[in-house]
Ligand binder design. Structure first.
Ligand code: ADP
Ligand code: MG
Ligand code: MG
Ligand code: MG
Ligand code: MG
Length: 441
């Protein structure tokens, strides 16, 4: 929806909005927020609200710390909660320097850069349908999360086993009030695990929606006395939470990934070849936490090998048996700890590289990769996804193309943040190590 400054002013008055949240994300995809009272509305609409960028992870050096918030008026919405203290609306912002230039270190600004590259190549939309999964945990008397899962349900279970059903309903209603087109919501495979799917949107809106989605889920879960987490693998021994990314390139209403026989078009195959080519480096961006790699292990429906298939769900990329407008490819490694602006920018740019270069597309894998021998995998040219954050960072270091998809500033701050995270983890001695080694040695 496109709004003018006048529209926004009118809605503020008609709806008695009291506060405006100006939102953006840091390098980790964490929502940052400057809340202003409506008395500041004119300043907001004139792009004159500043904040101190040096206090945000991955932003700027101290000497250029003042940054400007340029709200994207099409992201206007009123939160469906907290009204007893005055209605709160939000606007998602791009970050600009005080000299009026867009700041490339802002993940949203960077995604716009890659989308522009796509448009220059003659496509109008990169459609993204995400499938975020999350766990609901019970809380203790202080409201802190416990390790007790909210229910014992499993895939597509129906109440009364599925205690998640009421909170899921409220989340879906909250999302719909905020303009989401929710396609489905269901209990996932693991106890306490939920999935809510919403309709695909163009790259930038989809990234905005993923961020908003996480906020809505956490807020409404809390109202139910529950704790929602998007951590990929909170519990060992059961499935982790992913966020499959379904994608397609459109030109107007025309799905470029579909051909006249309802097969993947040549462009789609080239796009896919680019994704596979850069898959190891993309993993650093799509699975950016230490914990991400506890999910990417065999046996729990998460991919561990770089391959594609239309027949089964074991490889990195699946081509669902969908037709026409629904023709798409699905990247199954991505998890909800990714910064969606970075992930979508890098995936799109990798696909565009595939379209521009002439990489060989490996043949589709027809068998379950997990049942193949290592020799057989080698024969078919199937290589592993990185198995740790450390390994995926090394892969990103080697892949200059994906670094260029992030741009220099974001690449540097990404490595700074993630190398520090890995070093900290690496120095941690876990209970597993004590249990295993203490008495043995
Ligand atoms: P799965 O079979 O993997 O569980 P879901 O039905 O849960 O898939 O989710 C499919 C997602 O794909 C939805 O978000 C849907 O809107 C999205 N989708 C459908 N068509 C397209 C398309 N052409 N491009 C991108 N995403 C699409
Ligand atoms: Mg699904
Ligand atoms: Mg489905
Ligand atoms: Mg799922
Ligand atoms: Mg899926």
């Amino acid at each position: 929806q496109h709004y003018t400054a006048e529209d926004i002013t009118k809605m503020v008055n008609d709806e008695n909005v009291e506060f405006i949240c100006l939102m953006f994300t840091d390098i980790n995809g964490i929502i940052k927020n400057v809340e202003v009272p409506v008395s500041q509305l004119d300043k907001v609409l004139a792009n004159k609200i500043t904040f101190d960028g040096s206090s945000i992870d991955g932003f700027t050096r101290i000497e250029e710390s003042d940054m400007l918030l340029h709200p994207d008026l099409s992201t206007w919405l009123i939160f469906p909660w907290g009204e007893e203290h005055g209605k709160v609306a939000r606007l998602i912002c791009d970050i600009y320097r005080t000299d009026g230039t867009p700041f490339e270190g802002d993940p949203r600004v960077n995604l716009k850069r890659i989308v522009k590259k796509m448009r220059d190549m003659g496509y109008t939309n990169f459609n993204i349908g995400p499938e975020p999964e999350f766990f609901l945990f019970n809380t203790d008397e202080h409201g802190n999360p416990t390790l007790h899962l909210n229910d014992d349900g499993s895939y597509f279970d129906f109440s009364p086993v599925d205690l998640g059903v009421n909170v899921r309903k409220d989340i879906v209603l909250g999302l719909e009030k905020m303009g989401f087109e929710v396609e489905a919501s269901h209990h996932e495979v693991a106890p306490g695990q939920q999935e809510i799917d919403f309709k695909y949107e163009d790259a930038l809106s989809a990234a905005d929606s993923i961020e908003t989605f996480k906020l809505v889920v956490k807020t409404i879960a809390k109202e139910h006395g529950l704790y929602a987490t998007f951590m990929p693998k909170p519990m060992q021994g059961i499935n982790g939470s992913g966020m499959h990314i379904n994608m397609s390139l459109f030109n107007g209403d025309d799905n470029i990934f579909d051909d006249e026989n309802d097969m993947l078009s040549d462009t789609a195959k080239k796009f896919l070849s680019g994704i596979l080519k850069h898959a190891r480096a993309l993993t650093a961006v799509n699975n950016p936490t230490v914990n991400s790699y506890k999910r990417l292990v065999p046996g729990y429906e998460a991919p561990t090998y770089i391959a594609w298939s239309s027949k089964n769900r074991s490889p990195l990329v699946r081509v669902p048996a969908a037709k026409g407008k629904s023709k798409r490819i699905e990247m199954r490694s991505v998890d909800p700890t990714t910064n969606p602006y970075l992930a979508i920018a890098c995936i799109l740019d990798a696909g565009l590289d595939g379209i521009q270069s002439n990489y060989d597309l490996m043949p589709e894998v027809k068998d379950n990769i997990y049942e193949m021998s290592e020799d057989k995998r080698r024969e078919e040219g199937i290589i592993d996804l990185p198995s740790t954050l450390h390994n995926s960072l090394k892969a990103l270091r080697k892949d200059e193309y994906v670094q260029q998809s992030l741009g220099k500033g974001l690449t540097n701050s990404f490595f700074a943040a993630k190398n520090a995270e890995w070093a900290k983890y690496q120095q941690t001695v876990s209970q597993w190590e004590r249990d295993t080694y203490m008495s043995q040695y």
